[in-house]
Design a protein around this ligand. Structure first.
Ligand SMILES: Cc1cc2nc3c(=O)[nH]c(=O)nc-3n(C[C@H](O)[C@H](O)[C@H](O)COP(=O)(O)OP(=O)(O)OC[C@H]3O[C@@H](n4cnc5c(N)ncnc54)[C@H](O)[C@@H]3O)c2cc1C
Length: 327
């Protein structure tokens, strides 16, 4: 069984930042990623543009040059891919971590391909795997998706988009511009306040001019093969419908965290327990990094503000090693 100073679970931007930092510190490490490099970003919409400017997505001060101030998905894939390949990072792709067990001072990590031992484990598994379901009859129909990719697919189709945040609004606008008949179903009274400042006026104008129909204070009651039924302030509304994009956010894999023994807060935020000074969880040697730290508050941490987790963790590990040697 191979043994490492650090095993990093998840090869997203923050897992990669941790790998770079571990290499810099001279630790033996491995990044284990269940998909391709930056799997979440790879699965973002093809035309997606970040809200952050490129320098805020940089890791380890490696320059990120993009055509416009705010980079597109493809440019981010290029950037993080080049970091992995140019730095020859030790990353295993298409390998999923199933179990992590701590015995005495050491962790055993079991994947669907192998087993590893480590002194320290970093969980950087993000939140993009599990959609927040709307929990209505018909949600499992093949015409319903919780992920949006390419607007071309929806051209000349009756598309219902559920949600009011960035993902839903981007999808509604793009699909309408490629010829879909778009209806937005928004639970609250308005388009989300966190929608990108240059996109929000665009969607509001499209709704006001009637190009995109929006139902506010409304929810989906049922999805049928050719219709969607809404609960609106005016009563039940049934619309003809070909496709539904339920873009109501995502959540971290709490079962995985609990299986690892990480304590979660009892409230609806389900915040994992960790020390922000060190990023160490209630289990010594087990760290959290990236967006996973926010529990259900998935908007709290993003690349911009969580890239600092990598140096914090490596500093902690280094100091602990020194303490062990000195004592
Ligand atoms: C549409 C959209 C736009 C965004 N725009 C911005 C922006 O402009 N600026 C910004 O800072 N942030 C933005 N974000 C948020 C940002 O993408 C995330 O915060 C970022 O991806 C977090 O990085 P991470 O490494 O923590 O998690 P992720 O990128 O989600 O990486 C986690 C990785 O772990 C892997 N994984 C999960 N479970 C396992 C397992 N058991 N075994 C092995 N591997 C596993 C996953 O495959 C994934 O690759 C955006 C998010 C979305 C959805």
């Amino acid at each position: 069984m191979q043994e490492f100073d650090v095993v990093i679970i998840g090869g997203g931007p923050i897992g990669i930042a941790c790998g770079l930092e571990a290499k810099k510190q001279g630790f033996t490490y491995i990044i284990i990623e269940k998909g391709p490099i930056v799997n979440s970003l790879f699965n973002y919409p093809v035309n997606m543009q970040f809200f952050s400017s490129s320098e805020k997505l940089e890791i380890d001060n490696i320059p990120f040059i993009s055509k416009e101030a705010k980079p597109k998905r493809n440019e981010a894939l290029e950037y993080y891919r080049r970091i992995v390949t140019s730095n020859d990072l030790n990353i295993h792709l298409f390998e999923k971590v199933l179990e992590v067990e701590k015995v005495d001072e050491s962790f055993t990590i079991e994947t669907d391909k192998d087993q590893y031992k480590a002194k320290n484990v970093i969980v950087a598994t993000g939140f993009y795997d599990l959609p927040n379901k709307i929990k209505v009859p018909g949600e499992d129909l093949p015409k319903v998706s919780h992920y949006y990719n390419d607007p071309h697919f929806y051209a000349s189709q009756k598309l219902a988009v559920v949600g009011a945040s960035n993902s839903a609004i981007d999808a509604a606008l793009e699909c309408w511009r490629k010829g879909a008949e778009v209806t937005l179903i928004i639970r609250g009274p308005e388009v989300g306040q966190r929608v990108k400042y240059w996109v929000r006026p665009d969607i509001i104008n499209r709704i006001e001019e009637g190009s995109i129909k929006a139902y506010y204070n409304s929810t989906v009651k049922e999805i049928k093969p050719h219709e969607i039924v809404l609960d609106t302030p005016e009563g039940e509304v049934t619309l003809a419908n070909d496709f539904v994009l339920a873009l109501t956010g995502y959540m971290p894999n709490f079962k995985f965290l609990e299986k690892l023994g990480i304590q979660l807060s009892e409230d609806e935020k389900r915040l994992p327990s960790y020390d922000p000074e060190t990023m160490e969880t209630n289990i010594p040697g087990l760290f959290l990094a990236g967006v996973i730290c926010g529990g259900m508050e998935t908007h709290k941490w993003f690349i911009e503000n969580s890239r600092i987790h990598a140096p914090i963790i490596m500093k902690t590990i280094k100091e602990k090693q020194l303490v062990r040697k000195d004592s």
